[in-house]
Each structure stands twice: as C-alpha cells, then as structure tokens.
Unconditional design. Structure first.
Length: 237
C-alpha cells in the first residue's frame, strides 16, 4: 500500500540527458526495482524529454537484469516553475552571466522542487532511494547542485514526510570525463554509444549534427562541459 517503503527500490530523476542516463544505469546495477521520473517545466530543451523512452529501451536491451529491474516511468508537469522563472532555460534569451556571477540558465529552486516532488512520488510508490545527477565538480555553479544542498534536502524531506529516504548523487564529486568513464564501467561501449547518440544535454535543444561527443550546439555551457569531458576521457583511453 502507499507509504510502505521498500528498502531495495529507487526512483531516478531522469531527464534524458547524459548525467541522468548514467545515474539510471548506476541505479539499475544496485536496486531490485527502479522507476524513473521526468519533469516538464517549460524548458527550452524540452526535446530531452522525447529521448527518455528510447533511452529506457536501450538500457533494458543491454542486460537482462536491467530489463527485469526497470519499472514504471513518470512525468510531472511543473509548468508553474517555468512561468515564474525568467531564465535562459525557460525563455528565448541569450545565455550570459548575471550580476551575481551565475549563468542565467540557473532556474532558482529547480532541484529543490524536483527533489520534493520526487520524494512525494516515492512515498506513494514505496521507493526508498532517490537518485539524481547533481554535480559540484564540472558544473555551472548552481547552488542547488551542491552536496550540502542535497544533504539538507534529505534531512528536510525525511522530517517532513516521516520516512527514511536516501538521496544519492553518484556524480557529485566526479568530472565529466569521469562520468563518461563511469558509463563505460557500467555498460561498456554499448552504454557509451547510447549516451553519445541518444541523450540530450544542449540548453538550446539543438539535435542536428552528431559530434564526437553527441548532439548539441557546441557552444552553450552544457555542450562545452560535455565536449570537454569527452575529449579528456577519450584522450585518456
């Protein structure tokens, strides 16, 4: 029944991007039952949501255990978040640094809201572990991607819901090169190729040309981080 938490179950925040796909593979290696959750908040790169079904199919085809473990997918409409966010991720505006030094792609409160809704869904679905791709190593400086923020949210969610959720951030202390390497460790070249070809990271929603590191404009902060990580990883092979 809702509210009964299974200790060997997980909910993965799954956007359709490189980081969340790697985190989904990480969870499938560790938990007997894994569900996925995406958010539609009016993001410019909403194309990422369209990649999710194919990525799930690709992951299930890689290992029989992953096929058995991967459960239901969920999408939550958070249009209100986009409506109150005057950012380059939710408006057609040039990406730049704002007065605080943060890129204007920062959506205030986004990960806090994501984790809160994820915990509410996990409560209903009986899932104990919540997995997200937040990272404070190769990132744009977003304060809600930091380890301290995630730890504080775990405390708040458990106090507020009377449960013992565990928030996992497998990428928190590794750079993008190590994220590519983790994908290879988890699923070999097949997973690396799936991530390269099918995931979406570009903030502008550009799918067009397939670069050595994947699809994207090649110039936005997300593309730059992804491409630099690929080159460091490939150079270390």
């Amino acid at each position: 029944m809702p509210g009964e938490i299974s200790s060997d179950s997980a909910l993965v925040l799954f956007s359709g991007g490189q980081d969340s796909t790697t985190c989904l593979a990480w969870a499938l290696e560790r938990f007997a039952r894994v569900e996925t959750l995406g958010f539609d908040y009016g993001q410019r790169h909403v194309v990422e949501l369209g990649q999710r079904a194919g990525l799930r199919e690709g992951l299930m085809a890689m290992k029989p255990a992953w096929r058995e473990r991967l459960g239901e997918d969920h999408t939550i409409d958070l249009a209100a978040l986009g409506q109150i966010s005057q950012t380059a991720l939710t408006r057609e505006t040039e990406i730049a640094l704002d007065a605080s030094g943060l890129p204007n792609t920062f959506v205030p409160g986004r990960n806090l809201i994501f984790l809160t809704f994820a915990a509410a869904l996990a409560y209903r679905r009986g899932l104990r572990h919540i997995v997200g791709g937040m990272c404070e190593t190769d990132f744009s400086g977003y304060p809600d991607c930091r380890d301290d923020t995630v730890k504080a949210m775990q405390v708040a969610l458990n106090l507020g819901m009377g449960k013992s959720f565990v928030l996992h951030t497998p990428l928190m202390f590794i750079d993008k090169a190590a994220t590519w390497a983790l994908a290879r460790d988890l699923g070999g070249e097949a997973l690396v190729d799936l991530v390269r070809r099918e995931t979406h990271t570009c903030y502008l929603g550009e799918r067009g040309e397939l670069h050595e590191w994947g699809h994207g404009c090649g110039e936005c902060p997300a593309c730059v981080l992804r491409a630099q990580g690929w080159r460091r990883h490939a150079g270390g092979l």
